[in-house]
Design a protein around this ligand. Sequence first.
Ligand SMILES: [Zn+2]
Ligand SMILES: [Zn+2]
Length: 322
Amino acid sequence: MPPYDVHHEVLTGVHLIRGADRARFPEANSLLIDDELLTLVDAGAELSRIEKTLHDLGRELRDIDQILLSHFHIDHKGHAEEIRQMADCEVLCHPSGEKAVRTFQGMVEFYGIWGHEYFEAWEDYLKKRLPHVTSDYKVTGFFEDGDRIDCGTNDLIAIHTPGHTVDHTCFGINETKTIFLVDIDLTKFGAWYGNAASDISDFRQSVQRIISFDPEMGISSHLLDPVTDGLRERLQDYLLEFDRRDREILNAIKNGFDTIKKLQHRPTIYPRIPHNLFYIFEEFMLEKHISDLISKGFIRHEDGSLHVTNMIDELRKSSSSQ
Ligand SMILES: [Zn+2]
Ligand SMILES: [Zn+2]
């Protein structure tokens, strides 16, 4: 893989700090607004990358005035608490995510994985690889949908876009022509909603809401470069992934993968399972699709297994008419 620059100025005074490992989970990009109020949006990029960006701009970690957290996930809250302790800065989040930002226990509740067979594997992984995210975080304030967060010359507009998580928030930079899309991330994987605090229909509506702004530039937390070319089509295609997964699940059930366990170990949504603990997320996402498909009348749950009751063509008709 070719090397890439740690940071890139996407708009005047707005710097994309690219995560390590091509910003793939558990890394993520951050944004730095170099303004009267030095503002960091998300803190999941490697700390040395955040420091390097600041250094190149003649600043340092302790100069940061405020950190905005897009949502409670580990690759986004990241180093916020370490930075807050150094900089004595504000840390703002959406109120619906407060509990999961503040404490590890709150985060686990929002993940919905207490007592899960892979919970210990997940906890061990975090303690070894990302011990900082198991600490408590201080939150000093909140933003709500539509709030303008003043940085000086630039404003950030909070666009609450639940679905990925309940608190997931994108940010318009000055207006809504440039949007930090966070984990409406436009990656090949597609949408991720593997937590108790995730919701497919909210996610769909949030992507539609972003499309309705007709943005010209979308900055993903997990892509190295902002997307400009064909952004609208990319967002629309991202939305279609939900239907593709519905169809994939219906086909798999027809082919005998007629329980969540069988679908999960296939696996059906993840192209492959990189580590056992990802079975948790596969299972959560499958459960959400299946309850949705049951409520729409495409599947029936009977005698401990799933049965397809409607043709997939019918699904296509129903989803295209929505
Ligand atoms: Zn996330
Ligand atoms: Zn992420």
